[in-house]
Design a protein around this ligand. Structure first.
Ligand code: C2E
Ligand code: MG
Ligand code: MG
Length: 565
């Protein structure tokens, strides 16, 4: 409440004390003439009388701040122009830094001459803190606290605008999906946090470390262009891959990860998107050429087409979203007895059931064939157990097999035999009921290795089938060398046998040769009853094709082939 009986000066003081602002006024030499109570408190004083006659150098602020305030006053007074809405920091009597928005206005006498300066300010520390927090959140990854994609884009955009040099290293972890699958996402998050800490500690200070999301990281360097940048970037990328490869201990569990890296050095006129895309392309090239590689983007090189890269990404996401499943196509003896089923991978993607022709070949050129292959094994064995149980429940014979397709890349990967054994053991399946179908082209990889792996698998009891026989190169030589139990004649032969006598001869001879070598022969792709009659007459052992049964979902297989008779 303002007291009406006060003398004018005291009344004025009371009015300014009531204002929700800090107010002060000084003379021509920046000596205080007065201020309101809130300002007096900020200055570390208790009464306005202590303020009058002092300069900023005698108040709570640091000498640097006092000097800055003085200069500001003098500028306003000599120019005669107000400075409005200036945001500046101030250390107050409590020793804490506050943020202020200030206004400084020249004070004039009746003749219009500047005789002093009046200032007001409000404390905007809270707003500034909130802004800083929002800005941090917008440019940092919530999980790891590393910079995020937005921060990278901002920094890179600045570097490109100023014409400075920039180098981008794109990193994608190998094997992180397995960690998530094995131990769950919460544990996966802990691994990412531990890894981020390691990266931040070990990566040279002049590189910005960012997480783009999922298991993708990025390193950005910017500064004056120099000739050794390419080598230096490659070196940093190599060290980084090494660093990621060193086991991490998370919750007392040793975790082994790997990484693939792509390096891109920004070129004049590049935009942010180009830099990130080229580094990403180079990284994908590393993925394809095998784990742990570092690829420097080469404008001359032919990289995986964008569409293929998008497909690989979709496959990875499809794996994470469990979009893959198996269909089963029955195989019969010539007398019509059900012998087993072939497991055929399907991808339930965007409402469509995608067939392997559309993704297996692409997956085979990349790393994800291993994850797909492992999944196929797992799904086929799991479903096979269900089918066997259903057959047993109906007191039907349980001697049927499941045939699983194995990709060349899987066969040559270290630990493949152990991997197959582990799955079969997990589902307690007799290995002799698990048939592994290998395509003929595999043989042309490393023949010694192929023979050794097939021997091991066969010794463990698995039945080895040579798939799509006749589509590869001349493999008669290999047929004699490889440990094979069964040959599947490709359907391109079967399609021709009912109207081309020469093919009938080829098929008959092939069947008899295989029999001589102690191998069974399956004719696949039998589509018509006419073809069926011909292949039967040519002496084949097993039959598979649309005219007998089409590939079907597990539920349909259970329905159709585990009915009580
Ligand atoms: P494949 O192993 O030779 O499998 C037989 C393919 O022939 C299957 O195609 C099947 O649906 C088709 N087929 C069967 N009978 C007939 C017929 O009478 N007429 C015609 N026109 N086609 C018939 P699908 O399922 O599209 O599989 C294509 C190929 O994809 C497979 O050829 C196999 O090489 C590969 N594949 C399938 N599943 C897997 C898998 O789990 N892992 C790997 N690595 N490859 C797989
Ligand atoms: Mg097959
Ligand atoms: Mg085949």
């Amino acid at each position: 409440m303002v007291d009406n009986n006060l003398p004018p000066l005291a009344l004025f003081q009371q009015v300014v004390d009531c204002l929700p602002l800090r107010i002060f006024y000084k003379d021509r030499d920046s000596v205080y003439l007065g201020g309101n109570a809130a300002f007096v408190q900020d200055a570390g004083l208790s009464h306005v009388d202590e303020l009058i006659g002092k300069t900023d150098f005698e108040l709570a602020w640091t000498p640097e701040q006092a000097e800055a305030f003085r200069q500001d006053d003098q500028e306003v007074m000599s120019s005669g122009e107000s400075k409005l809405n200036i945001e500046e920091p101030q250390t107050q009597g409590d020793g804490e830094q506050h943020w202020l928005v200030t206004n400084k206005v020249p004070l004039r006498n009746a003749d219009g001459e500047v005789v002093g300066v009046m200032g007001t300010y409000s404390d905007i520390t809270e707003r500034k803190t909130a802004e800083a927090r929002l800005n941090f959140e917008a440019t940092h990854d919530a999980l790891t606290g590393l910079a995020n994609r937005r921060a990278v884009e901002q920094e890179l955009s600045c570097a490109l605008k100023t014409g400075a040099g920039a180098s981008v290293i794109y990193i994608d972890l190998d094997g992180f999906k397995d960690v998530n699958d094995l131990y769950g996402h919460a544990f996966g998050d802990q691994v990412l946090m531990a890894l981020s800490q390691r990266l931040q500690l070990k990566v040279p200070d002049n590189w910005l470390v960012a997480r783009l999301g999922g298991d993708e990281f990025l390193l950005l360097w910017q500064g004056p262009e120099h000739a050794a940048l390419e080598n230096e970037s490659r070196l940093v990328a190599g060290k980084l891959v090494e660093l990621i490869r060193q086991p991490l201990i998370v919750a007392s569990r040793p975790i082994n990860l790997g990484a693939s890296a792509g390096v891109y050095i920004a070129q004049p006129n590049d935009d942010v998107e180009t830099c990130l895309r080229c580094a990403d392309l180079a990284m994908y090239q590393s993925k394809i050429s095998g784990r742990g590689a570092v690829t420097l983007y080469d404008p001359e090189a032919h990289y995986v087409a964008d569409a293929e890269m998008a497909l690989l990404r979709d496959i990875d996401e499809g794996l994470a979203a469990r979009e893959f499943l198996m269909h089963y196509q029955p195989q019969f003896s010539v007398s019509g007895q059900l012998l087993g089923v072939e497991a055929l991978l399907r991808w339930q993607h965007d409402g469509v059931l995608v067939r392997p022709a559309e993704f297996i070949a692409v997956a085979e050129r990349a790393e994800c064939i291993h994850a797909l292959g492992q999944l196929a094994l797992e799904l086929a064995c799991r479903d096979f157990v269900k089918w066997r149980r259903a057959l047993a429940a109906k007191q039907q014979s349980a001697s049927q097999f499941v045939a699983i397709n194995v990709s060349p890349a899987q066969l040559s990967a270290a630990g493949f035999v152990e991997q197959v054994l582990a799955v079969v053991k997990k589902y307690q399946l007799p290995p002799e009921l698990v048939h592994l179908e290998i395509t003929e082209t595999v043989v042309f990889g490393n023949i010694e290795n192929t023979i050794a792996v097939l021997h091991q698998l066969r010794q463990a009891g698995f039945v080895i089938v040579l798939d799509d026989f006749g589509t590869g190169y001349s493999s008669l030589n290999y047929l004699a060398q490889l440990p094979i139990d069964k040959v599947k004649l490709d359907r391109s032969f079967i399609a021709k046998i009912d109207h081309d006598e020469r093919y009938r001869h080829v098929v008959r001879t092939t069947i008899s040769m295989c029999h001589d070598l102690g191998m069974q022969v399956v004719c696949e792709g039998v589509e018509t009853t006419q073809q069926l009659d011909v292949v039967k007459s040519l002496g084949c052992d097993e039959l598979q094709g649309f005219c007998l049964a089409k590939p079907m979902a597990l539920a349909d297989l259970l329905d159709e082939f585990a009915k009580s008779s």
